[in-house]
Design a binder for this molecule. Structure first.
Ligand SMILES: Nc1ncnc2c1ncn2[C@@H]1O[C@H](COP(=O)(O)OP(=O)(O)OP(=O)(O)O)[C@@H](O)[C@H]1O
Ligand SMILES: [Mg+2]
Length: 585
């Protein structure tokens, strides 16, 4: 079957620690805006619910496919938060929640016998894959001629991953995606986007936020497992919004499950030694108690004083009910206890936000962040919103914005990313940048040359700045360019030389060093020791040998943030390097 050229079908999958969503969009109808994206709201076994389904799986023992999402009922042995287990051997980060780390390593979060986290993720995603196949012909207009059969249609699957994941965890995720069947057809293409970057696309496509040029926007994705942050600068809003990333995405494990983990600790302290006798089905995510706690947590606004109670069966239910020796324990939870569960987690989230505000301000050398956008399911918490709003007020004039359905932002953004395709981030250059170089002496034009002190005499020299980056132009982190610079060396001088880096705010016609519109901002320290100087051009002037040391300087943007790398080579050897943060208006 021939698919019309230009037809594109994107399925974004946001596999979350606690909830999973997918969204579908073809470019056949509508603009690439967030409103025309179809989110799935029907989940097995016939539940019509929100746009996502629990990331839960329960294995059957009769050869039937596993139960997943809403099919898993309280009391069933099930596996949850597996996305966190995928990443559990990774080093503990600064803002990770301590209690979440303890629970991730405890028996509350087991894996099935003989299975690793990657196997369980693959099993869960293969159910999602089946559900996508079922829904595709029902929610999008498939290309003409395919008879409603999606198997011959090219599909771009866009998966989202936390910013903080290591390359090792990312490759485990890719393995799970492959084993779940997403790459079985040669017509399928799979790629991944980081969660905060996907969220940013949705946020910047959202007209309701009324973002203005020169806004500094911090996007904070508060999920179930991780909280991920990126910062952006709005360079222009006309004709379309144009942004640049200020700091690289970063995150920590301090999402909604950290509150649940602290609830485990709370219950454990109330039940004392008896917590260990609790059957896991009584306490695991998805259990009766945790489903009830979820309701308490979601509605909590810190305003009213309420007491809830939770009943736990301490002994595993016996299959012969006549012999069951059920012992119940009741645990009371008061509003001030819930406040105590929230507080350390909100403290970590605020510390993470503050660290990224400082990093962005430092890069731009001024207070650049004036808007914080909270997205992700956890940011629907009224208590979280109010607490962060209050805390942010203390550090500056920062407004806090939350989209209508913050849990949908990441999957919507990933769909947009899929439709647009990958394009490397670009940075607007706010200054001209140049490198100082010396011209070969031309003794026939002495009048035009500046003086160079040389012992007791003055030698003619012509220093000029070779412009390497232009103000107003956008550069991507794939940009790379080389320039040849000459440095003057006189016999008996030190062989460590500075290649000066200049910046200018105005178009400089005369690039002569000394022009008042240019400012020396830094230098590349170049080491010529051990190099055969006679291989460089040299002249004998006033009885002394003067060398023009030729340096090839490569200019690039190796990172995702606004840092310029200058790398110097001479005679095929690396002789110096400098990282310079771009100035910012
Ligand atoms: N109103 C609310 N108050 C408090 N917590 C909430 C509220 N609504 C959702 N949550 C919590 O938010 C989390 C789910 O958010 P989300 O779906 O963004 O996370 P996820 O995608 O599963 O996790 P991650 O992206 O970290 O892998 C859960 O921990 C849930 O309990
Ligand atoms: Mg998420």
């Amino acid at each position: 079957m021939e698919v019309e050229s230009g037809y594109k079908l994107v399925v974004a999958v946001d596999y979350g620690t606690t909830f999973t969503a997918f969204a579908i969009k073809s470019n056949a109808v509508g603009q690439a805006d967030t409103d025309s994206i179809r989110l799935i709201t029907r989940w097995p076994p016939g539940v019509t619910s929100g746009f996502d389904t629990p990331s839960l799986i329960s294995y059957t023992h009769n050869g039937e496919p596993p139960l997943w999402g809403y099919q898993v009922e309280p009391g069933m042995q099930s596996y949850a938060w597996t996305k966190l287990l995928l990443d559990r051997n990774i080093q503990h980060g600064d803002f990770d929640d301590e209690m979440l780390r303890v629970v991730t390593g405890s028996k509350i979060l087991q894996l099935p016998d003989q299975k690793e986290a990657v196997d369980t993720v693959a099993d869960y995603l293969s159910q999602i894959y089946g559900h996508i196949q079922y829904h595709l012909p029902r929610v999008v207009e498939l290309p003409r001629g395919c008879g409603g059969d999606p198997s011959g249609v090219p599909i771009y699957f866009c998966f989202t991953t936390p910013a903080s994941w290591s390359e090792q965890t990312r490759s485990l995720m890719r393995e799970a995606i492959r084993r779940a069947g997403f790459e079985t057809s040669p017509l399928h293409q799979v790629w991944t986007a980081t969660e905060p970057e996907a969220a940013a696309l949705a946020v910047f496509s959202e007209k309701r936020f009324n973002l203005q040029s020169h806004d500094g926007v911090l996007i904070c994705d508060c999920g179930g497992g991780t909280v991920d942050i990126t910062t952006y600068y709005v360079t222009d809003v006309v004709p379309t919004i144009s942004i640049e990333q200020i700091t690289a995405a970063m995150g920590a494990k301090c999402g909604g499950t950290a509150i649940d983990s602290r609830f485990y600790e709370f219950v454990s302290s109330r039940l004392e030694g008896e917590f260990d006798n609790l059957p896991m089905s009584e306490i695991q995510p998805g259990s009766r108690a945790m489903t009830r706690f979820e309701e308490v947590k979601k509605a909590f606004d810190g305003k009213s004083e309420v007491t809830w109670h939770f009943d736990f069966n301490l002994n595993a239910p016996s299959t012969h009910s006549a012999f069951s020796n059920q012992k119940q324990r009741r645990v009371f939870l008061r509003s001030q206890d819930v406040r105590g569960l929230y507080e350390p987690v909100l403290g970590s989230i605020f510390a993470l936000i503050r660290s990224q505000i400082s990093a962005a301000n430092e890069r731009c050398r001024r207070d650049v962040i004036n808007k914080v956008v909270l997205v992700g399911g956890f940011s629907a918490s009224p208590y979280l919103q109010e607490t962060l709003q209050r805390a942010l007020k203390h550090i500056g004039n920062i407004s806090v914005l939350v989209p209508m359905n913050p849990g949908e932002t990441v999957v919507r953004g990933a769909t947009l990313q899929g439709l647009r395709g990958y394009s490397p981030p670009t940075y607007k250059c706010w200054r001209n940048y140049g490198l100082a170089s010396v011209q070969l002496f031309d003794l026939s034009h002495q009048n035009e040359l500046q003086g160079l002190e040389y012992g007791s005499s003055t030698l003619p020299a012509n220093f000029f700045v070779h412009w390497v980056l232009c103000k107003g132009q956008r550069y991507s982190n794939e940009f790379q360019s080389s320039f040849t610079i000459r440095v003057l060396h006189r016999e008996n001088d030190l062989l460590v030389k500075a290649v000066d880096i200049y910046e200018s705010n105005v178009p400089v016609t005369s690039a002569r060093v000394g022009n008042p519109d240019m400012r020396r901002v830094d230098y590349i320290e170049c080491h010529f020791n051990g190099l055969d100087l006679t291989r460089f051009p040299h002249q004998t002037i006033a009885g002394q040998t003067v060398y023009y040391l030729e340096v090839s300087v490569e200019v690039s943007f190796p990172m995702t943030d606004r840092v310029i790398r200058f790398s110097a080579r001479a005679l095929d050897q690396e002789i110096g390097e400098k990282y310079l943060t771009m100035a910012h208006d």
